[in-house]
Design a protein around this ligand. Structure first.
Ligand code: FO1
Length: 307
């Protein structure tokens, strides 16, 4: 069994690639970007993986359903409601289903499993917590939910602090611990370390399990040179005083991951990372199409067989 810790658009590419080269894959998804809007419970990272693995994802945007329309949003705008966060008309159906189940008292794990089966996805998707907690960003304009910072304010405001409000009450399902304990390899996807991965790996009970098995944990760097593969990862890293480089990533994950895959163009960081006790693997980590996703996934499986 292989477990992938995932969140955001960078992660879904690897989830898709791995699902094509291994049958026994579990994805633990970030939940700290979840938000209540218009009376609906929105779980962007769970949905990106769900849509990605079902073939429904709009690959250009990296979120939502392909060929979707936004008539509902247009109507909300006419009613003077918030419309900065765009829920597509097809996407709306999933949100109505999820919210109905929440109101019936079902857990997020149960609902995610129900949606997965409805969309005939073979890979199991496990929300990192059934209880809600959220990433809050402190800026010069005050503290706000991460979606407000990223989507409404386009990540333009200076960041003073980032925290995961309520993480102490997070309750990962038993399946998460089974997945971590029984996996031959635990992969940390090249998602945003601060907003997509750390909200999962900072849940104390999950962190403890990863620390015990760090030799089995391999992270894929989301940074090439000093630049993030996508999104605001560099900005978030710098805000938390972490170097935006493969060396910064190695050090950030060093307590939970003894292995790191970096870009073959980042040889200059190799010695520094190795000397900190982290095993380095170099390959092309950029995933622009299906072939790239499969190539990187196969490379990870090859590393597993060598270990
Ligand atoms: N990202 C945007 O930049 N603008 C949007 O309007 C937007 C809507 C949206 C709706 C559903 C969904 O599942 C994701 C959506 N996202 C949108 C993406 C989301 O903000 C981020 O990709 C993740 O939260 C990053 O982890």
């Amino acid at each position: 069994m292989i477990t992938l810790i995932a969140g955001g658009t960078g992660s879904v590419k690897l989830a898709r690639g791995l699902s094509k080269v291994t049958e026994d894959l579990m994805v633990i998804s970030n939940v700290a970007d979840n938000i209540w809007l218009h009376g609906l419970y929105i779980c962007p990272d769970i949905d990106t993986v769900t849509y990605g693995l079902s073939g429904l994802l709009d690959k250009n945007r990296g979120w939502g359903v392909m060929n979707d329309s936004f008539v509902f949003m247009e109507q909300m705008r006419r009613f003077g409601k918030d419309y900065w966060f765009k829920l597509g008309d097809k996407d709306l159906a999933l949100h109505i289903v999820r919210t109905q189940f929440i109101k019936e008292g079902k857990s997020l794990s149960w609902i995610t499993e129900w949606i997965r089966k409805s969309l005939s996805i073979s890979t199991v998707i496990l929300p990192a917590s059934d209880k809600h907690f959220e990433t809050r960003i402190e800026t010069s304009m005050g503290e706000m939910h991460i979606q407000e910072y990223w989507v409404k304010h386009h990540a333009e405001l200076d960041i003073l602090n980032i925290r995961y409000e309520g993480i102490e009450h997070a309750n990962p399902s038993a399946k998460i611990f089974d997945a971590i304990r029984n996996s031959e390899m635990i992969i940390i996807a090249p998602g945003n370390p601060i907003s997509s991965i750390a909200p999962v790996t900072s849940i104390p009970s999950i962190r403890k399990e990863l620390e015990l098995r760090k030799e089995k944990v391999i992270a894929v760097s989301p940074i090439v040179g000093n630049q993030a593969l996508s999104g605001p990862a560099s900005k978030y890293l710098r805000a938390m005083s972490i170097e935006s480089s493969p060396a910064g990533i190695a050090s950030f994950y060093s307590n939970i991951a003894a292995n790191l895959v970096i870009s073959e163009s980042d040889k200059e960081y190799e010695n520094k990372i190795q000397s900190s006790g982290v095993q380095v693997y170099k390959t092309n980590i950029i995933m622009e199409d299906d072939q790239d996703e499969i190539r990187l996934s196969k490379h990870l499986l090859k590393i597993l067989n060598k270990c």
